[in-house]
Design a protein around this ligand. Structure first.
Ligand SMILES: [Fe+2]
Length: 439
């Protein structure tokens, strides 16, 4: 008898115990808790021919976009080449092959073709959602989920994750009211759904409601912070609200505590560290020796050349410590990524966005503010192409407006302050920029 997953999809090479373990790993992945890699590896030890197990393992590694993890994803792909698979699993294998090759657009097309035929394939849906995020594809963050909703009911296992992903996609498309409703629905369905809390956190960030944001994340942290591998990013969002309110002591407390206290060496966590210190630096705050620790952690990935969004955040730390050798090495790595052609996604990301952003950050560090303005002005319409969220890429807007202030570019400062005050009507920082433009 063919074993099926909890949504009715056949799984080659599984037995009942493997199917159970697979659901446990999926549940962890969907909530961003526990250790889904460890769980699926335990399943594969007992059942080494379980194709969806290898696929999930490969995707989990690949989604970190770090060099050594991508090599592990490549090993999962090698293992799959020798295993029997059905037509759906063969489509997954093709998508994993594209991801391991760095061809994320090609992978996204494979997942979409698969999802048209198998809209209840939650593995394809979640991994495609993550790569839509990593590619800055806001429309698909929302609509790749919307195209699947016809096949789901609230009784289906993992439905909360579908709702939570829809919430985040709605938020990135600017539909804040519907996004908030869906995010709250996701966490009501499963109170451990870390992505659902995060979607609502983004809504409150984009609506410039920092007090509400603090209430939201503080009152629910017992659910999203415990045993989570996504908690640092939600702590970062909490710190971002405090920053907006000029509560710098609280920002530092969160930075030294849950954000960097455990010295995570994972790229997504290092991004949060760099993104917060850079914002503090822009506001003129002394961050002490915090850049040093962060720069040292980033150095392990300096030559990876996997993802320009990572490289740019690493560069912030190297600019933060003023280490010219590491700045040059990171720039060289980005330029290597941008070389050549073919469908490796990071080539375009590095060439179109990564390098100009990196050059702007280096220029900022050297006090060449007009250079910063020239580079970042040209980038504004296309910055989303190297991925991340609107809230993360706000760092570019903040760098631009501060460069305008420091360059004495009064008319530009007035224009950018006007823009910022309209999108963030309760922002003390935006009001300070308006005052500076008038001074
Ligand atoms: Fe976020």
């Amino acid at each position: 008898m063919t074993i099926q997953d909890a949504r009715g999809l056949a799984m080659t090479g599984a037995d009942a115990a493997a199917a159970d373990g697979f659901e446990t790993a999926l549940d962890e992945f969907q909530c961003y808790v526990g250790n889904p890699v460890g769980t699926i590896e335990g399943v594969l030890e007992a059942r080494p021919d379980f194709a969806m197990g290898h696929l999930l393992r490969g995707y989990l590694y690949a989604s970190s976009l770090e060099g050594p993890a991508l090599a592990e994803a490549g090993k999962a792909l090698d293992r799959l080449q020798a295993l029997p698979v059905d037509a759906r699993e063969a489509q997954h294998r093709q998508a994993l092959d594209a991801v391991v090759s760095g061809a994320y657009e090609r992978a996204a097309l494979s997942w979409e073709a698969l999802l048209v035929d198998h809209p209840r394939d939650i593995v394809a849906l979640q991994i495609a959602h993550l790569f839509d995020f990593l590619r800055g594809d806001a429309r698909n963050l929302r609509d790749r989920i919307a195209r699947r909703l016809h096949a789901w009911t609230p009784a289906d296992p993992g439905y909360h994750a579908v709702v939570g992903m829809h919430a985040f996609g709605l938020e990135e498309m600017g539909e804040y009211d519907r996004a908030e409703e869906r995010g709250r629905e996701a966490v009501a369905l499963n109170r451990r759904d870390g992505w659902g809390y995060h979607a609502v956190a983004h809504v409150l960030e984009m609506r410039n409601q920092p007090e509400e944001g603090i209430r939201w994340l503080s009152s629910t942290s017992a659910h999203w912070a415990q045993d989570s591998f996504f908690d640092i990013h939600n702590w970062w969002h909490l710190a971002l609200y405090h920053l907006e309110l000029d509560q710098i002591d609280e920002v530092m407390r969160l930075y030294d505590g849950p954000i960097r206290g455990e010295r995570s060496a994972v790229a997504i966590d290092l991004i949060d560290g760099a993104a917060m210190l850079w914002r503090l630096m822009l506001r003129g705050h002394d961050v002490g020796d915090r850049w040093q620790e962060l720069a040292d952690a980033w150095t392990a990935m300096i030559d990876d050349g996997v993802y320009a969004f990572n490289d740019v955040h690493a560069l912030m730390a190297f600019v933060g410590v003023g280490d010219q050798a590491r700045i040059d090495r990171q720039l060289a790595s980005l330029r290597r990524s941008a070389d050549g052609d073919g469908d490796i996604s990071n080539r375009a990301m590095a060439r179109e966005v990564g390098i100009p952003v990196a050059e702007a950050l280096v220029a900022f560090g050297r006090g060449r503010y007009q250079d910063v303005i020239d580079r970042l002005q040209a980038l504004r319409p296309i910055a989303h192409r190297f991925g991340g969220s609107h809230a993360q890429r706000d760092l570019l807007d903040l760098t631009l407006i501060e460069a305008a202030r420091r360059a004495g570019a009064r008319n530009l400062l007035a224009a950018l302050a006007s823009e910022r005050n309209i999108s963030r009507p309760r922002s003390p920082l935006a009001q300070r920029y308006t005052a500076a433009a008038r001074a």
